[in-house]
Design a binder for this molecule. Structure first.
Ligand code: ZN
Length: 449
């Protein structure tokens, strides 16, 4: 087995992956809070940890990948209040959108996608242990974690304890013994339309304890990789790590991985094709292959700039892969090009370096184009398969048939008439018959996939 090293935020070092259970890797990545449609930035952790899982499977590991859905949260109550709908209905609607939007990426689903609202008994049980062990206290229907009771607080985000602002609303400020403390349970407030019974009265969980409970319930303790966006390091992950260690005496996870942010470039984003900030908009504009190529174009730890130009550059990369596919034959690739394949997988083993891996793909394609006789596609197919991009090689049906073109025309008519539901339906129908719609620079076109 190849040695795999991943960057761990807690130690600040590359750590060799040595699974808790030999041959098996357990990954938990924090998913979205479902108060709105997700944007490309929210999709990044979904893509990074889905692709990391695929790579580990390729390397021979049995992977369990859990990505939660936060469906009880202040943001949901606030957004539901503004929209004038029940919060549970808004969360349900946005959960359905999240599932449908991410489904279109073609990565399959995580093995488990727990909902906070379905983990309430486990959350309450974990809070009770924290109170018993002197790390939490109840106050007028709220429960708070006592930060100063846990001496390793700050070990993940490396902040000085005095510099930590939990970012919580002022409502509970008077009940906290120390401003550093954060809420594990919040008493029911006027204006909140859901609550659950607990030993401290009706209320609902704080965000951080939800993830500690969901992760432990599904993966146990001391599991291999806990991931999420770098905006979650503090307070969310610091608090998750502290709660679990304080309650159980065992760390929640071994390696804490964080992806950089997707930077939106303001004004340049507005265009008649619609808003490509949303994942759905980006997929309409560029198709799943291009969105994946765009996201893999930056190292997961680095921030990446997002713009139409960046998607267009990724589209050209996809086109180069489709072009070389027309020149390849199916079967074994030349022995003397195996070094490029090795470079690809070594790059992924070295802290999941997708840009270096894609550079190896580009070199492989350049070499294939240089050769006179068609060569076997097996190595390229294997490399692209790990990034869920192998369908770019299936260009046999390179020209859309009349039926597909008719569906595309009908979709354009539906869009002109602002009948978005019908337009989406026609897009899905096209996808089922093997065509992705791309509303790119040159107007809508069909690409195989
Ligand atoms: Zn979380």
């Amino acid at each position: 087995m190849r040695e795999i090293r991943l960057h761990d935020t807690r130690s600040g070092e590359l750590i060799r992956l040595e699974p808790r259970d030999p041959g098996k890797v357990a990954i938990y990545a924090c998913g979205p809070t479902v108060y709105d449609r997700i944007h490309v930035g929210n999709a990044r952790p979904y893509v990074v940890f889905s692709l990391l899982s695929r790579f580990l499977v390729h390397e021979g590991y049995e992977v369990t990948f859990v990505a939660n859905i936060t469906d009880v949260n202040d943001k949901i109550y606030d957004a539901a209040g503004v929209a004038g709908v029940p919060s549970a209905r808004l969360a349900e609607e946005m959960t359905a959108h999240y599932l449908a939007d991410t489904e279109r990426l073609g990565l399959g689903r995580p093995d488990q996608e727990p909902l906070a609202s379905e983990t309430i008994p486990e959350i309450i049980a974990l809070i009770e242990v924290l109170i018993e062990r002197g790390h939490a206290y109840a106050a007028d229907g709220d429960v708070y974690f006592s930060v100063r009771s846990y001496q390793d607080y700050g070990e993940l985000s490396h902040r000085d304890v005095e510099q930590m602002d939990q970012g919580e609303e002022l409502a509970g400020a008077g009940r906290k013994r120390d401003p550093l403390d954060f809420a594990l349970w919040k008493t029911h407030k006027a204006g909140e339309d859901t609550s659950w019974d607990s030993p401290w009265g009706a209320g609902r969980p704080g965000w951080h304890i939800e993830c500690s409970a969901m992760a432990e319930t599904l993966l146990g303790l001391d599991f291999d990789v806990h991931g999420g966006g770098s905006d979650l390091v503090f307070p969310h992950h610091e608090n998750e790590a502290a709660q679990t260690r304080a309650a159980r005496g065992v760390p929640l996870a071994r390696i804490w991985m964080h992806n950089g942010m997707v930077r939106m470039e303001g004004e340049k984003m507005a265009k008649s094709v619609g808003n490509i900030r949303s994942l759905a908009g980006a997929l309409d504009y560029a198709g799943p292959d291009v969105v994946l190529l765009y996201l893999c174009g930056g190292h997961y730890r680095q921030p990446i700039a997002y713009s139409e130009a960046a998607l267009d550059a990724a589209a050209r990369r996809a086109e180069r892969i489709r072009e070389v596919a027309r020149r390849l034959s199916s079967g074994v690739s030349p022995e003397d090009m195996a070094g490029l394949r090795e470079r690809f997988f070594s790059a992924l083993a070295d802290d999941f370096n997708t840009p270096d891996a894609l550079a190896a793909v580009a070199d492989w394609i350049r070499e294939a184009n240089r050769r006179e006789a068609p060569i076997g596609d097996a190595d390229l197919r294997e490399m692209l398969g790990v990034l869920a991009l192998d369908n770019l090689l299936d260009v046999a049906a390179a020209a859309p048939d009349d039926a597909a073109l008719r569906l595309l025309r009908e979709r354009e008519e539906a869009r002109s008439a602002h009948d978005w539901a019908r337009a989406d339906h026609l897009r899905d129908e096209l996808q089922r018959s093997g065509w992705q719609v791309r509303d790119g620079e040159a107007g809508p076109e069909l690409v195989p996939g």
